[in-house]
Every structure is written in structure tokens, then in C-alpha cells.
Design a binder for this molecule. Structure first.
Ligand code: TGC
Ligand code: FAD
Length: 392
């Protein structure tokens, strides 16, 4: 039988650019995903099941907020390590990477960056260990790409804030212990509030009937005269740039995560093409199959180099949001294309749950929409190039 290259998706020896520590973390998450996620991912998606039992295990492995200082339960990992973790999780399923993105970049990160010392000490260790799960509420029923027009707001009632409004399409909402909620203060300034499960008037209905990210719990955050203690406001977050800076971290993670999904599809397609015979030959022997494989590997390799370079820039504080937009946009679109092309290589077998392509493709339809849509990221790049906003 024909043989595949031994490192099918490390064509440009990216491994050589990684430190021993980065490789060690990557390999341990890869092994965990191989054992705990891949064998069950199809079943969870088919049954619309969120594998909550994995949360504490992921916390023990240091997957949540790896960039945090040790005093708060982190490992002070660099940005490339964070990206590699996301890559390996998404090779399992985008829902597992989503869970980790939200917990790390959208919940832990704002508390670390904008929280009070009391908020950090009280919440970060619980979130890093997976004892508590968080959600991030920015999108609303009437405001997705344009979060600056949000309607959710709070009044100052002297000894507490009174919060009203609703957030929609929120990852982890139905199962979260707390949520970082972005809402306007009486002066119309966007602020971040920590809303905890059990606060009266706070509910989190689940969103059903999804064809994408079926192993992720998505829902709403509804605030009906919720009394929020004053000590639950993030003291250092003012304006839309605060939630946007959290999105920089999450979008960066997605740029890596998408590579994992693409690699999982490509490797499955390559293995299949080498063993599936038609016309007395492996289908890998046909030029059209080779074209598909060669083009997919080229695009995966370009995406890897983009993500790796972005991680290096972030470690030096030299990255800019428009670069993150370019990487998120390119890499997610690449992964979606690879999922579809890989699926075609398998013919009919590609539509079954025995192979990961359809699941990844369906998941990636959410990934190309959330954290800023494909077109919004293009406009962010366009604005950076020209200095002219084409949004409004
Ligand atoms: P604009 O006037 O451009 O900006 C308002 C203020 O925000 C600042 N800013 C940023 N700061 C840091 N990083 C960024 N990436 C930033 N983008 C904007 C900006 O400098 C300004 O600051 P200041 O001091 O001047 O006030 O805003 P705009 O109203 O024109 O809107 C444009 C914008 C950027 C909001 C839009 O382009 C955009 O990105 N829309 C997409 C919204 C989005 O990504 N939502 C994601 C929701 S969370 C989610 O999807 C989680 S899914 C999680 C999972 O399951 O993995
Ligand atoms: P809209 O903003 O209504 O956009 C619809 C279409 O119009 C898109 O194609 C868009 O590109 C286009 N469009 C909009 N404005 C412009 C413009 N100026 N120029 C050109 N085209 C434009 N949000 C959170 O806050 N927290 C979460 O945890 C979260 N998790 C999610 C999980 C899932 C599974 C999904 C699907 C979404 C999640 N989201 C979350 C919401 C997500 O961020 C939004 O869906 C996304 O920002 C787009 O908003 P929208 O769906 O309202 O689309």
C-alpha cells in the first residue's frame, strides 16, 4: 500500500521553531484529545450533548488561562503555547475549543486585566481550575456586528446596580456559574459586570435546534431587574475597547484552532485516499485527488506560519488587532474549505459520522461567524489599510 508522509501537516518543519516546553504542552493536549475527545466527538454532536465532565479535567491540565500568573492558577505560558492548545482542542471539536476560548480569553482575561484585586483572588483560581465555568455576553438579539449599539444597561441605585436587557448566542450560557456582561452605564459608557448564577432576575435559556457546534451549550443571558452588587463591576474597563481587547485574545486563539480542525480533516482524507481503491488504484494516485491534497496542505502550511508569526508578535507586544483579524479570517475560511474538500475525497463515506469532516464543516460555519464575521474582519483590514471605516 502507498505510504503517507510521517508528519503529514508539518510540511515546513514548524516543530523546529517551537521550544521544548511548547512541544511538551502541545503533545500532552494532543494525547488528551486523542483519548478523551476524538472517540466521543461524533456522539456528543449527534446527541447535542455538552461534555461537562471534561471541564474540571481541562482545568487540572492547565488549559484554562494558561497565560495567568501562577498565583491565580495559571502557568504563565506564552502566546504560542496558548495557540497550540487551541489548535489541539479544535482538532477534537470546535465546541471544546470554544469552551476553552470563552473561559480563557473572554472570562479569565477580562477579570485579570480589568478586575479588582478582590475579584482576581476570588474568581481566577476557581475559573482556572474549572471549578467554575464562565460566559461572555456582548452580542444582543438586535446587535451582533455592531455591539456599540447595545441596549443592555444598568442604573445606579446607590448600594447596587440594576441591570436590564438580554444577550443572545452566548457560549456556555445555560451552564455557566457566572458571566461577564457588557452593558451601558447611566452615561452610556460600556462597562463590564460580573453576573453570578443565582442573582434574582438572571436566567439563561438554552438555544435549541442548532446544526453547528452541537456539543457546545449556547443560550441567552436575560436580565430582568437584576441587582448586581457594586463590587461586581470591573473597575478598569471603560468603553467598547475593553470587550474588544478580550476578543483580540480569543480571535488569536481561533486562528490557531482552525488549523487543528483543518489538519484533522486533511489527515483523515489523506489516509482514506491512500487505501481506497477505484479503477484498481488508490484514489490518491489520481491527479485530481493529488491536486486537492497538495492545495490543502499548502493552505494549512500558510495558515500555520501566519499563526506562529502572530504568536511571536503578541509575545513581544508588537501585534495589532488588524493582523489578528487577517489571521482569524484567513485561517477559518481555509479550514472550512479544507473540510469541504476533504469530505469530497471520501465520496459518500464523507457524509457519515465515522469521519470528522461534516462535523468540522458544520462547526466552522459558526466559527466563521462568531468573534466577528468573515466580512467584518475584511472591513477591519480594509480600514487599517486605507484609514477609512467602511462599517457605517
Ligand atoms: P470603533 O469605533 O472602531 O471602536 C470602538 C472602540 O473600540 C476600540 N477597538 C478595539 N480595541 C482593541 N482591540 C480591538 N480589536 C478593537 N476594535 C475596536 C477602538 O479603538 C475604539 O476605542 P476608543 O478608545 O476610540 O473608543 O467601533 P465600531 O462601533 O465602528 O465597531 C467596529 C467593531 C470593531 C466593533 C466591529 O468591527 C467588530 O469587531 N464587530 C464584531 C463584533 C464581534 O466580534 N463580536 C463577538 C462577540 S463574542 C463572540 O462571538 C464569542 S464566540 C466564543 C466562542 O464560542 O469561541
Ligand atoms: P449580523 O451582525 O446581523 O450580521 C449579519 C450579516 O451582515 C453578516 O454576514 C455580516 O457580516 C453582515 N454585516 C453586518 N454589518 C456589516 C457591515 N457594516 N458591512 C458589511 N456586512 C455587514 N456572542 C457573544 O457575545 N458571546 C458568545 O459567547 C457568543 N457565542 C456564539 C456562539 C455561536 C454558536 C454563535 C453562532 C454566535 C456566538 N456569538 C457570541 C455571537 C456572534 O459573535 C455573532 O453572531 C456575530 O458577531 C455576528 O453577529 P450577528 O449574528 O448578529 O450577525
Amino acid at each position: 500500500m502507498a505510504q503517507a508522509h510521517s508528519e503529514p501537516t508539518d510540511y515546513f518543519r514548524l516543530d523546529d521553531l517551537l521550544t521544548d516546553e511548547q512541544r511538551m504542552v502541545r503533545d500532552s493536549v494532543r494525547e488528551w484529545v486523542r483519548q478523551k475527545v476524538k472517540p466521543k466527538a461524533n456522539q456528543w454532536a449527534q446527541q447535542n450533548h455538552f461534555p461537562i465532565s471534561l471541564v474540571e479535567e481541562m482545568g487540572e491540565m492547565g488549559i484554562f488561562g494558561p497565560f495567568l500568573p501562577q498565583e491565580y492558577g495559571g502557568t504563565e505560558a506564552d502566546q504560542t503555547t496558548y495557540g497550540l492548545i487551541m489548535q489541539e482542542l479544535e482538532a477534537g471539536d470546535s465546541a471544546i475549543r470554544s469552551l476553552a476560548s470563552v473561559q480563557s480569553s473572554l472570562v479569565i482575561y477580562p477579570i485579570w486585566k480589568f478586575g479588582s484585586p478582590e475579584q482576581r483572588t476570588r474568581l481566577l483560581p476557581k475559573l482556572a481550575s474549572g471549578q467554575w465555568l464562565g460566559a461572555f455576553g456582548l452580542t444582543e438579539p438586535n446587535h451582533g456586528s455592531d455591539p456599540g449599539s447595545m441596549e443592555t444597561h444598568f442604573d445606579d441605585k446607590g448600594d447596587h446596580f440594576l441591570l436590564n436587557g438580554a444577550k443572545m448566542w452566548i457560549t456556555n450560557a445555560p451552564i455557566c456559574d457566572m458571566a461577564i456582561v457588557w452593558a451601558k452605564d447611566p452615561q452610556g459608557v460600556v462597562r463590564g459586570l460580573i453576573v453570578e448564577r443565582g442573582f434574582e432576575g438572571f436566567s439563561t435559556p438554552e438555544t435549541h435546534d442548532k446544526w453547528s457546534l452541537r456539543a457546545s451549550a449556547t443560550g441567552e443571558l436575560v436580565f430582568d431587574n437584576v441587582k448586581v452588587p457594586k463590587e461586581n463591576i470591573l473597575p478598569d474597563a471603560f468603553g467598547l475597547k475593553a470587550p474588544m481587547s478580550c476578543l483580540n485574545s480569543a480571535r488569536y486563539g481561533i486562528a490557531w484552532g482552525a488549523i487543528g480542525a483543518a489538519a484533522d480533516c486533511y489527515e483523515s482524507a489523506l489516509a482514506y485516499a491512500l487505501q481506497r481503491q477505484q479503477f484498481q488504484k488508490p484514489i490518491a494516485a489520481f491527479q485530481l485527488t493529488q491536486k486537492k491534497l497538495a492545495e490543502m496542505l499548502t493552505e494549512i502550511t500558510k495558515a500555520q506560519l501566519l499563526a506562529w508569526r502572530l504568536g511571536s508578535l503578541r509575545d513581544k507586544g508588537l501585534d495589532k488587532p488588524a493582523q489578528i483579524s487577517m489571521a482569524k479570517r484567513n485561517n477559518v475560511a481555509m479550514a472550512l474549505e479544507v473540510a469541504r474538500t476533504s469530505r469530497q475525497i471520501l465520496g459518500a463515506m464523507g457524509i457519515t459520522g465515522d469521519f470528522p469532516m461534516m462535523r468540522h464543516a458544520m462547526n466552522l460555519e459558526s466559527v466563521i461567524t462568531y468573534e466577528g464575521t468573515h466580512d467584518i474582519h475584511l472591513l477591519i483590514t480594509g480600514m487599517d489599510i486605507t484609514g477609512i471605516s467602511a462599517f457605517k
